[in-house]
Write a protein that binds this ligand. Structure first.
Ligand SMILES: [Zn+2]
Length: 265
């Protein structure tokens, strides 16, 4: 009896501290598809595939939007896609393909960019409660000045996405910093099997996995659209177990265990 109680105690203890949220509609894991830099290849190639599959996703935009793309982003937001903040000018550590470098930025300068980008996004979709992705997944500017805590004080964004690797599987939401949420950054020409293996490992741990895309059969850090389609096919085939939703919706649910959204499938 005593042994049984000890076992029961251990079971309750382990569940209290390691259990991921009970995902909505009895799903076992969450996958968040995110696309950075507001690229045309995303609008032209990723969006039609996402719409056909019935999945919502998150697009992190900079001020590099114009009279031809703004109506397209607005239309997507109306359909439930999320537009996230990726600063105005995308400042990053110096390298040859970085037009605006961050080495002379102060934390407050990048905060100001995020604030103004929030206004541009509000003008596009009329929403508040914005999410953010650090340009080049760097949380520092001015060399080594980390600006995460400055961003926190200004209360401009609810959640912020950093980089990571294939180990970026979120299971512990109690100790997760909402402004340092890891994601799977992709190399050029990532294979479908690598993406699907990542999803499978997220499923195995009942966790949340966030994938960071750039170009889709175009632009840069490119994922082939056939590969992108194969990932969506896998997600669709496993829709009973995998919840595919936006960054904001997934995090709202995970951190507040809010009312489950209607099941779109
Ligand atoms: Zn970017």
């Amino acid at each position: 009896m005593k042994q049984l109680l000890t076992l029961l105690g251990l079971f309750l203890f382990s569940h209290a501290f390691t259990q991921t949220p009970a995902w909505p509609h009895h799903k076992k894991a969450v996958i968040v598809l995110t696309y950075d830099d507001g690229l045309l290849s995303q609008l032209d190639n990723a969006v039609p595939q996402l719409k056909k599959a019935g999945f919502k996703a998150t697009f992190f935009l900079t001020s590099d939007v114009d009279s031809s793309t703004i109506p397209r982003w607005r239309a997507l937001a109306k359909k439930g896609f999320e537009l996230g903040n990726h600063t105005l000018y995308h400042p990053c550590s110096p390298s040859e393909d970085v037009p605006v470098t961050s080495e002379h930025y102060t934390p407050i300068q990048v905060i100001r960019e995020i604030e103004i980008m929030n206004r541009i996004l509000f003008a596009i979709d009329g929403r508040n409660g914005r999410t953010y992705a650090y340009p080049c997944a760097e949380t520092t500017v001015g060399g080594d000045k980390d600006y995460v805590d400055t961003l926190r004080r200004y209360n401009l964004v609810k959640y912020a996405r950093i980089g990571g690797d294939t180990g970026a599987i979120i299971t512990d939401f109690h100790h997760l910093d909402p402004l340092r949420i890891p994601s799977l950054g992709l190399e050029d020409s990532t294979s479908a099997s690598a993406l699907i293996d990542y999803v499978k490992s997220v499923q195995a741990r009942n966790g949340m996995g966030i994938i960071m895309f750039h170009g889709i059969s175009g632009d840069y850090i490119t994922t082939d659209k056939a590969v992108h389609q194969q990932l969506l096919d896998y997600l669709k085939k496993n829709k009973k177990d995998i919840w595919v939703t936006t960054f904001r919706e997934a995090m709202d649910y995970a951190t507040h265990s809010s009312t489950p959204p209607p099941d779109s499938h």
